[in-house]
Design a protein around this ligand. Sequence first.
Ligand SMILES: Nc1nc2c(c(=O)[nH]1)N[C@H]1C(S)=C(S)[C@@H](COP(=O)(O)OP(=O)(O)OC[C@H]3O[C@@H](n4cnc5c(=O)[nH]c(N)nc54)[C@H](O)[C@@H]3O)O[C@H]1N2
Ligand SMILES: Nc1nc2c(c(=O)[nH]1)N[C@H]1C(S)=C(S)[C@@H](COP(=O)(O)OP(=O)(O)OC[C@H]3O[C@@H](n4cnc5c(=O)[nH]c(N)nc54)[C@H](O)[C@@H]3O)O[C@H]1N2
Ligand code: SF4
Ligand SMILES: [Mo]
Length: 727
Amino acid sequence: MTDTTTHFRTCPLCEATCGLEITVRDGAVQRIRGDRADVFSQGFICPKGSTLKQLHEDPDRVRRPLIRRGGELVEATWDEAFAAVADGLAQIWADGDRNAVGLYLGNPSAHTIAGTLYGRPLIQALGTRNLFSASTVDQMPAHVSAGLMFGNPGAIPVPDLDRTDYLLMLGANPFESNGSLCTAPDFPGRMAAIRERGGRIVVVDPRRTKSADAADEHIAIRPGTDALWLAAICTELLGGAVDLGHAAAFVADVDATLATLRTGLAPFTADTVAERTRVPADLTRRIAGELAAAPSATVYGRIGTHTTRFGTIASWLADVATAVSGNLDRPGGSMFAVPASGRPRSERRGGRGFKMGRWTSRVSGMPEVRSEFPTATMADEILTDGPGQVRAMITVGGNPVRSCQDSNRLDEAFAALEFQVSVDIYVNETTRHADVILPSPSSLEKAHYDLAFQGLSIRNTANYSPPVFEAEGPDECDIMAKLALIAQGLGPDADPGIVHQLMLDGATAHAEDPAALQALSAGRPGPERIIDATLRLGPYDLSLEDLEANPHGVDLGALTPALDHVTRTTDAMIDLAPEPFMADLTRLAAELDDTDDDDGLLLVGRRHLRSNNSWMHNLAVLTKGAARCTLQIHPADAALLGVVHEGQATVRSAVGAVVAPVEVTDSIAQGTVSLPHGWGHDVDGVRLGIARRQPNVNSNVLTDASVIDPLSGNGQLNAIPVVVTPA
Ligand SMILES: Nc1nc2c(c(=O)[nH]1)N[C@H]1C(S)=C(S)[C@@H](COP(=O)(O)OP(=O)(O)OC[C@H]3O[C@@H](n4cnc5c(=O)[nH]c(N)nc54)[C@H](O)[C@@H]3O)O[C@H]1N2
Ligand SMILES: Nc1nc2c(c(=O)[nH]1)N[C@H]1C(S)=C(S)[C@@H](COP(=O)(O)OP(=O)(O)OC[C@H]3O[C@@H](n4cnc5c(=O)[nH]c(N)nc54)[C@H](O)[C@@H]3O)O[C@H]1N2
Ligand code: SF4
Ligand SMILES: [Mo]
C-alpha cells in the first residue's frame, strides 16, 4: 500500500511567489512541479522551485541545535540550546548595556512568517539600536524614496507589467532573478506579452543579459551612472508638456513642484550626461520622447540601480520620470499593491509621515533608517572598543560574512564576538562563528503566508500554505518567540504562547470586538491566528479559512489606483521633490566633471537562475554544469590586460583582492567586469560538502564598506573601481 498526497504551496525562495504542486509518497517528496491552477503563476516554476525537496533532504542541513563545546559545534537538545542562549546573552547584558547585543536579519527572513511577524517583538525585546539587515545591501534606497515621496517606506510603486505599453528597466535581470520589488511569477513571459501586444521594452545594463536580449533595445550604460541618466531623462520630460494625470490631485502645488524639479535637474541634460553615462545624447532624447508618447509607460530600476552611491536619488528619479510622463498610479504605469494583510481600504487617508536619522551609529555616526544602521558599519560597531560596543550578535536567516561589504573584515569581526546566536539551516561562513545555532525547520515543515511581497506585487492575490511535513523541532515562529522571551528576561523556559497572544492582542487592538475576532481562530497555532485576524481586518475581508478553501490562491484582481490608500504623509499628499533629494543633486552634479576613474575598470555583480544569494550552493542539482563564479571581461579589455579565457586573473579593489577564473565575453561592456556574489564557501568550519567544492570566489572581499549612498546607507555593490591583472 502506498500513500500519495498532493500539496499546493507558495515557493518561498524568491519574490516571484510561484505556486508549487508537491506530491508526497510514503512520507517523502516524490515530485515538485509548477501548480498550473495557481491563480497568479499558472504553472510557472524555475529550476530552484523543485529543489525544496533537495533542501529538505540535504544531509548537511542542520536539524538539531548546535552548541559550541570545547571549540566545536556539537548537537544538543532544544532545552540545552535555549538555556545556552539565555546564559550567553545574560553575560553580555550583565553590564546593563542593551546595545551590546546586535541583530542581523537576512533575506530569507522576508520570506518566512517567522521573520516577517516575529522580527518586531524580538527587536522590541532586545532593546538595542544595533539592528542590521540585508536591506542596506539591497532595497533601502527604494524605501527612503517611497518614505519621502509618499510618507510610507513600504509604498514602493511597481511596474504594471501586464498592462504597460512601455517598460524602461534599469539594473535588473529578471530572466535570472525572477524580479525584485516587483512580484511577478513568470516575469519573462510577462515581458514577452508586452511585446506581443505591441509594447516596447528597453533594458539599461552594462551587460547584455538574457533580459536585454528579450527586449527591443539594450543600452549599455556605464556602471554607477543611472542617477545621472535618469536625471537627464527627467529634464527632457520636464521640458515638454507635463500632465501628472490622476496623481496631480495628490500634489499640493503642481506648478511650483514642477518648477522646483526643472531648476534642480537643469544641470542634467542628454548632452551633459552623455560622456559620463556613455549614452549618446540623441538616444537619451529619443527614449524620453518614447516615454512621453507611449499610451502608458513605467520606469523600473533594481539592484544595479539601487546598490550604487546614488541609489536613493536614482530610485526617486525613476518614479519622477514615471510621474511626469503621467504614469504614476495608473494602469500600465507604476502602481501600488494593496495586500490582503494590509490596512483596511476604509481607513483614513494619510498618516504620521516618514522620519529617518532619529539617532546615529556609535562609531561612524551613520543615521538610522527604518530603525536600522547600514551593514557598512556593522564591523565598526563590533571591532571598536568602548561603551556601546557590539559584543554579541544574533543572526536570523542571513549570511552577512558573505553578503555584506568588505567581508574579510566582517569575518574578523564575527570571529571576535564574545557570543553569537544564529537561527539558520546551515553551518556556513557566518554561522560557523556561532556559539549556538537554532535550526529553523525546512520550508516544507513550515506554514507559509507572504507578508512582505504581496505588498510589492503586480497583482493582488493571497494564498496560504500549511506545512507539508511535521517539524522535528519547534517552529521558527516559536524559536523567535523564545528569543524574545529570553531578551525580555523571562528565561529559557517561558512559553512562546505568551508572545503569540501579545501579538494577537496587538493585531486585533483596533477591531470593534477584539475578543470576538480572536474567538474565530481559537485552537489554531499562534501565528495562524495573527494572520487570520489580519486578513479579517484587511481590505478584502478574507479569512484563513477562505485561503484554505482555495489552495491555488485567491485572485483579488489587477492593481487599482491606490494613492489615496497608501500615502502616510500627514496631509495625505505626495511630494515629488523632497528637499533631501533636491539637495543630493549637488553631489550628483559633481559627478558630471569627475573623470577620475574614466579609464579604469568598474566591477558589477550578476545573478544566476540556479543560485540564490549565498546559499542553495549545496544542492548538486543546481550547481552542476559550467562554472558560474567567473570574472566576465570584454575581449578588448582582456587583450589589453593579457588575461585569457579560462585563465586566472587577480581582481584588486581599494579593500581587497581575489583570484578568479576568467570568462571572456562580448556580452559585457568594455570597461566593465563582473563577478557574482555569495560565493567563497571553502573556509574552515563550514559544513557544506558540495558548496565547498565549487569554484569559490567571494566578490564581497572587494566591496568597500566606506562607500555608501548617504541618504539610505545602502552599500555600493556595483561600479567598484578595480584593477585586473593576469594571475
Ligand atoms: N556584492 C554583492 N553583494 C550582495 C548582493 C549583490 O548583488 N552583490 N546582493 C545583496 C542582496 S540583494 C541580498 S538580499 C543579500 C542577501 O544577504 P543575506 O540575507 O545575508 O544572505 P543570504 O545568502 O540570503 O543568506 C541566507 C541565509 O539564510 C539561511 N536560510 C535559508 N532558509 C532559511 C529559513 O527558512 N530560515 C532561516 N532562519 N534561515 C534560512 C541560509 O542558510 C543562509 O545562511 O546579499 C547582498 N549582497
Ligand atoms: N536566481 C536568483 N534569483 C534571485 C536572487 C539570486 O541570488 N539568484 N536574489 C534575489 C534577491 S535577494 C534580489 S534583491 C533580486 C535582485 O534582482 P535583480 O535586480 O534583477 O538583480 P540581478 O539579477 O543581480 O540584476 C542586476 C543587473 O544590474 C546590472 N548592473 C550592475 N551595475 C549596474 C549599473 O550601474 N547600472 C545598471 N543599469 N545596471 C547595472 C547587472 O549587470 C545585472 O544584470 O533577485 C532575487 N532573485
Ligand atoms: S521563480 Fe522564485 S518563486 Fe518561482 S519557483 Fe523559482 S525560486 Fe520559486
Ligand atoms: Mo536582495
